[in-house]
Design a protein around this ligand. Structure first.
Ligand SMILES: O=c1ccn([C@H]2C[C@H](O)[C@@H](COP(=O)(O)OP(=O)(O)OP(=O)(O)O)O2)c(=O)[nH]1
Length: 147
């Protein structure tokens, strides 16, 4: 369990804290903080505010992921999935939603639109070299091993 500071940016006691929908849930649901219903037309991209900012510890990231039910039933997903919340970002968390479905989709205030997962990250230090170790795969990729 990791402690994460969270700050409500809006004066609204009804806006729930992000929360796990079940005991074993990996992702914590995020709620849309919008004043009025928002229609996303097929193909449209909308930036949805959540009303919260967080400060996660250095060495961690938060990933923003779609909810599978919205994706399967309506084609509503997170365009830049997984979106990245950096440990030095203390602005409002916002969700980049896209409607890949065939119909208009209406997002209502407090709808659970995405989920977040906290991950530990390793930092890379690149070490320049003229030779990389030989591997069986070599530079074969993108379907190189067959379907
Ligand atoms: O879905 C997202 C993705 C990012 N962010 C915020 C937190 C993140 O720390 C910051 C920057 O995100 P990212 O690094 O993906 O954006 P960029 O396009 O590379 O912009 P920047 O130059 O600001 O890093 O924007 C969100 O609120 N939602």
């Amino acid at each position: 369990m990791v402690n994460v500071y969270i700050k409500k940016l809006v004066d609204d006691e009804n806006l729930p804290l992000p929360q796990y929908a079940s005991e074993g849930a990996a992702g914590m649901d995020l709620y849309a903080y919008i004043k009025n219903d928002l229609v996303i037309k097929p193909g449209d991209i909308k930036l949805i505010p959540t009303g919260y900012a967080v400060k996660i510890p250095d060495g961690y990231e938060i990933q923003i992921r779609p909810r599978s039910g919205l994706a399967l039933k309506y084609g509503i997903t997170v365009l830049n999935s997984p979106g990245t919340i950096d440990s030095d970002y203390i602005g409002e968390i916002k969700i980049v939603m896209i409607n890949l479905g065939k119909n208009d989709y209406v997002i209502k205030k407090y709808d659970r639109i995405a989920q977040v997962v906290l991950n530990k990250i390793e930092k890379i230090q690149f070490l320049c070299t003229d030779e990389l170790p030989i591997t069986k795969r070599g530079n074969g990729g993108f379907g190189h091993t067959g379907i």
